[in-house]
Design a protein around this ligand. Sequence first.
Ligand code: G6P
Ligand code: MG
Length: 213
Amino acid sequence: KYKGIIFDLDGVITDTAEYHYLAWKKLADELNIYFDRKINENLKGVSRLESLEIILKNSDKVFSDEEKHYLADKKNDYYKEMIKKITPQDILPGVCDLINNLKEREIKIAVASVSKNAKTVLDNLGLLDSFDYIVDAEKIKNGKPDPEIFLNAADGIKVEPCCCIGIEDSKAGIEAINRAGMLSVGVGNPETVEEADIILKDLSNPSDLLNLI
Ligand code: G6P
Ligand code: MG
């Protein structure tokens, strides 16, 4: 039934969700703004500037647009420094196996990440040429939870949305997949992905997914 699988990147293919957290945490500490992992769950899948807005809710100070851009750039500099050291060893367990199995079955695979750093991360992982289609974040008008990015990915692999499975570690991402009319698979924190059709701890057992196809 399913002919396409659309992967989120950060927190699904590799643990860059942790680097996003650490980079925001560094910025928040410098600004003396309270920020913890619980708040961070709401940042997953959310664009850079929207993430900053969520963090700044815990500050009494008012920031101009110019200051906000400066802060978002600063976080991105921290993040870019962290992802420099990514290698193929940082691909999460089971992901390579899953990709190879899907290719053998001629299932199309795509990446749907709103991160402007997605291609750098995929390149460092050695996965840039492994996917049939990678969504260009610059071309997406509405971020997750809007379904646009998943619909764009389905279009890119030429598979009807109803024949696609989307895999996400974020609340916004699961909502986007559900609204796109795809089967949603949630990995990571089960509370964060509670709206998913299927919840897995991780992708370490590829047959969990292959059995759905
Ligand atoms: C992904 C991550 C978010 C991140 C967003 C933008 O969705 O889950 O944590 O804020 O991408 O990433 P960028 O690399 O463009 O700042
Ligand atoms: Mg993610």
